[in-house]
Ligand binder design. Structure first.
Ligand SMILES: [Zn+2]
Ligand SMILES: [Zn+2]
Length: 237
């Protein structure tokens, strides 16, 4: 699989940046899935010439930094006919936000796997103020895991076990993290990767108030090979 980072900020974009958005493509290029579609992601998806070839959109949760570009994407889809509608998988709540999604939208059920082209996709509840899912994708013999937005959670840890590439929410520095916080800290991302035997760790969901280099240093205290999910970069899984 190939992972392209279309947005790595949250809960608002850095100058020139974009919020949560990750494009996964199978090795043969026949299956393309967009995970999350936050502020700025649609422009980056267009720059990658990947909108027309999308097979599905998976929204980990319905906070605006993970879904706001779904609104103009619905306009884009009106002007770009597809052989079949673009399916969107999203949590059922918060209902007022979910009601904004007008394309064919399917409830995303934790513990129920779905198959999209060559990809087997699974979801598991994460710990966040709204209904949120960690997402796992298996394809081409490789396993990708994404924490979604979450604080520490035994379910998320079980779910992420053995990922070839773990993409983790480092929304907080260690100094700002509390047990009730809505995000992991960077150091906890490192521990998650270490304890779940991840082969590779990418940090994401960078709050512009932090220097990503500081968060990377924190994560590396627990997982020395931690990397930043760089905007626009591609990673082979
Ligand atoms: Zn977020
Ligand atoms: Zn969130």
């Amino acid at each position: 699989m190939k992972l392209k980072i279309l947005g790595n900020n949250g809960p608002y974009p850095a100058p020139g940046g974009a919020c949560s958005g990750y494009l996964l493509e199978s090795d043969g290029g026949d299956t393309r899935v967009l995970i999350d579609c936050g502020t700025g992601v649609l422009a980056n998806l267009m720059a990658a010439d990947a909108l027309d070839g999308l097979d599905a959109v998976l929204l980990s949760h319905l906070h605006y930094d993970h879904m706001s570009d779904m609104l103009p994407m619905q306009y884009a889809l009106q002007f770009r006919p597809r052989p079949r509608p673009l399916p969107v998988y999203a949590p059922a709540t918060p209902e007022p936000v979910r009601a904004l999604l007008k394309c064919p939208c399917f409830d995303l059920w934790p513990a129920e796997d779905i198959v999209i082209g060559e990809m087997k996709v699974a979801f598991s509840p994460a710990r966040h103020p709204v209904e949120t899912n960690a997402i796992r994708v298996e394809c081409d013999g490789a396993r990708f895991a994404f924490t979604g937005d979450s604080n520490r959670d035994p379910l998320v840890e079980l779910f992420c076990e053995g990922a070839d590439l773990l993409l983790a929410d480092c929304g907080l520095s260690g100094a700002d993290h509390t047990p009730a916080a809505p995000h992991y800290s960077a150091e906890l991302c490192g521990r998650l990767a270490r304890d779940t035997h991840a082969k590779r760790l990418l940090l994401t969901h960078f709050n512009p108030k932090y220097d990503p280099a500081d968060l990377l240093a924190e994560a590396r205290t627990a997982f020395p090979a931690a990397e930043i999910a760089e905007l626009g970069a591609e990673y082979y899984i």
